[in-house]
Ligand binder design. Structure first.
Ligand code: GLN
Length: 202
């Protein structure tokens, strides 16, 4: 049985909850999703999901409860993580496109630019080729999405799109950390969640 913790302070929590359970069913692995709200909830957790939503809200509440510090320590210790959209913002060591400081985990060697696609393209969908997946393209659902604008250390891009004639990175990986600009939990495609489970089993 793999216990997957989902940071449950704000945002798309229930979508990830059902998605990770379905991913387990698909690969024949028992998965128990666990909602994470406070320090201590991380005990015996094998992998973590940080959902999309509003990164400032998630960060502020997680800091207040103490979950942010405990989660940072666990991730730095190797706990596998899937972070989506606002979750990816919280994972980054460096932020752009944001006013002032906001509480973050700051664990991934990437710069993330909030709301990168601006007002004209608040939401859109596009097919993606993702480095760590095989099979058909993955449908990327973008909602006021960030983009990955710099990488260093062990972090590397895992997917890109063409935007305004430029190559823009929309997924990143570093060791057992996965971050996406888009929302895999809003598709019927469980492959990214399956990939997280494969990291948790090791
Ligand atoms: N724009 C949001 C933020 O900056 C992220 C949007 C999302 O998670 N769908 O936190």
């Amino acid at each position: 049985m793999v216990r997957v913790g989902i940071v449950a302070l704000q945002g798309g929590v229930s979508e990830h909850y059902y998605m990770v359970r379905r991913a387990g069913e698909r690969i024949g692995l028992g998965v128990e999703p666990v909602l994470l709200k406070k320090p201590g909830d991380l005990r015996d957790i094998d992998a973590v999901i940080i959902p999309g939503g509003e990164s400032t809200t998630i960060g502020i509440v997680a800091k207040r409860t103490g979950l942010l510090d405990e989660l940072r320590e666990a991730i730095l210790g190797g706990l596998p993580v899937l972070s989506t959209c606002a979750g990816a913002i919280i994972m980054a060591k460096k932020l752009a496109g944001t006013r002032g400081a906001q509480p973050i985990l700051g664990v991934m060697d990437v710069e993330v630019h909030r709301n990168y696609f601006g007002r004209q393209r608040e939401s859109f969908e596009v097919d993606l080729n993702i480095d760590f997946l095989s099979g058909p393209p993955f449908r990327g659902v973008f909602i006021r999405a960030p983009a990955f604008t710099d990488f260093w250390g062990d972090a590397r891009p895992a997917a890109a799109i063409e935007y305004n004639g430029r190559r823009v990175y929309v997924a990143a990986v570093e060791r057992a950390m996965i971050a996406t600009s888009f929302h895999p939990e809003l598709t019927g495609d469980t492959r990214i969640h399956e990939y997280l489970l494969s990291l948790a089993k090791k």
